[in-house]
Design a protein around this ligand. Structure first.
Ligand code: ADP
Length: 426
């Protein structure tokens, strides 16, 4: 029991005692007690009324005057109100700050509720996606951004990788859309203008393609002359002959490098992807023949292929499988085994190239398909590789809706498996 409560009880008891004694003097105890009780009741109703009137008129005006338990109650409510007002003010300031900072963001930010309706967006999102103030609030986002790709991406709810989208207001603007789920299936959408980045990327690709193309002609001339000189090498001193052979070898390496670079930029740039029915058995048999002549009898090469044909681009597929099979020969010492398999199951079509050669340390495996990445740079001086082979394989597989799986252990050998979807089977 707190102090106010105790003194209120004490005052009430004393009041009734005096009323009783007063009643005794006039022999009217019952009347005196009843009138005192009524007086108390009326007083409490008046206080209650004051409290109700005060709470309903204002939230922070001074409380009405009272004393005792009611006075303490008014003070407590007043203190609570002030505390609440302060935290409300603080909260409002934080919300305003967050809104100001998101408004100032150059990236577009949108909030969409669990029913896919647009709740809030910043100025940048309005400009990038062409949203109109007030009018668009509460409308389904897929009705406002009508691109079918966006609709499929939004409804699919798999937001691990972002979506690239052409801006609905400007055909030349490319947007990158990230969606994050939060709360009860609410979504935060962040969109960024990546047109500039795309332009730089296109410039980089064009530069590589043009430089490779321009280098090709002079290099063909140099290589041609070197070949002619080598034909007459018996007329030259042995010192010149060795130099000529080295120059010829290096010019051939440069030609392979340029061919690989051109192939990569073709794979990256061209949408022209002619698909025809490709019988995998005959394609792999031809590559195996080339592999046998490259190996010059130093490896045992086997091919087991189910009778499968798939839709694809012959030269691209041939280039991808050749890269894997020739790599197996390059990185497998003499008398090693190279097994090529091609089969299908309910997961798709698979082409496997396995060897029992040098193998690759597991730390290199995730980066092998990067351009010019080599597991062991000391190896490539012997093999004469360009470091672009697996990057080409990756791009070819991407263009065939496939992917590459790599298993390898240092000293034990490697397995490269190309997976294609069953929808490609013919
Ligand atoms: P490269 O022209 O150097 O062979 P690739 O892109 O074809 O370039 O291969 C990248 C690297 O992966 C190679 O440098 C090599 O270290 C490693 N590698 C590829 N295939 C094999 C394999 N069958 N066995 C061992 N290492 C391999």
């Amino acid at each position: 029991m707190n102090h106010n409560w105790r003194s209120a009880v004490r005052r009430t008891v004393l009041g009734f005692v005096f009323a009783g004694l007063f009643g005794l003097m006039f022999d009217l105890v019952a009347w005196s007690l009843a009138i005192t009780g009524m007086g108390y009741l009326v007083w409490h109703y008046i206080q209650l009324n004051k409290l109700q009137a005060w709470l309903s008129t204002s939230d922070t005006s001074e409380p009405p005057y009272s004393y005792g338990l009611w006075g303490a109650l008014f003070d407590d409510v007043y203190r609570l109100q002030r505390r609440q007002k302060k935290s409300k003010k603080r909260l409002k300031a934080v919300i305003r700050k967050v809104q100001d900072s998101t408004t100032a963001l150059r990236d577009g930010v949108l909030m969409v509720n669990s029913a896919a309706e647009l709740e809030w967006w910043n100025d940048a999102a309005g400009q990038l996606l062409g949203l109109k103030e007030q009018h668009d609030i509460g409308h389904p986002i897929t009705n406002l951004v009508r691109d079918p790709e966006f609709k499929a991406y939004f409804n699919n709810a798999q937001y691990d990788t972002p979506l690239e989208l052409i801006s609905p207001v400007n055909n030349e603007q490319i947007l990158l859309i990230h969606i994050t789920l939060f709360g009860k299936k609410d979504r935060l959408i962040v969109c960024r203008d990546i047109s500039h980045m795309k332009q730089l990327e296109a410039m980089r690709q064009d530069f590589i393609a043009n430089a490779s193309h321009e280098l090709r002609t002079p290099l063909t001339v140099i290589a041609g002359y070197l070949e002619t000189f080598i034909e007459y090498e018996d007329t030259l001193s042995p010192k010149w002959s060795r130099a000529l052979h080295q120059m010829h070898q290096q010019s051939q390496r440069m030609q392979t490098l340029i061919d690989d670079l051109l192939m990569l930029s073709r794979l990256e740039n061209s949408d022209d992807h002619q698909s025809v029915k490709v019988p995998l058995t005959s394609l792999l048999t031809n590559i195996k023949e080339d592999a046998i002549s490259l190996s010059a009898g130093q490896h045992s090469i086997t091919l087991k292929c189910e009778d499968i044909s798939m839709m694809g681009n012959v030269s691209e597929l041939s280039s991808a499988f050749s890269n894997l099979i020739f790599n197996a020969i390059k990185y497998t010492p003499e008398h090693g085994e190279i097994n090529i398999k091609c089969f299908k199951d309910k997961k798709g079509i698979h082409v496997l190239v396995a060897d029992n050669g040098l193998g690759i340390d597991s730390k290199h495996i995730p980066r092998l398909t990067e351009r010019f990445y080599r597991a062991d740079p000391s190896r490539h001086s012997e093999t004469g590789g360009t470091g672009l082979g697996l990057a080409i394989v990756k791009h070819v597989l991407l263009r065939h809706e496939g992917h590459l799986e790599i298993h390898s252990e240092l000293g034990e050998g490697s397995q490269f498996i190309c997976h294609f979807p069953l929808s490609r089977k013919t």
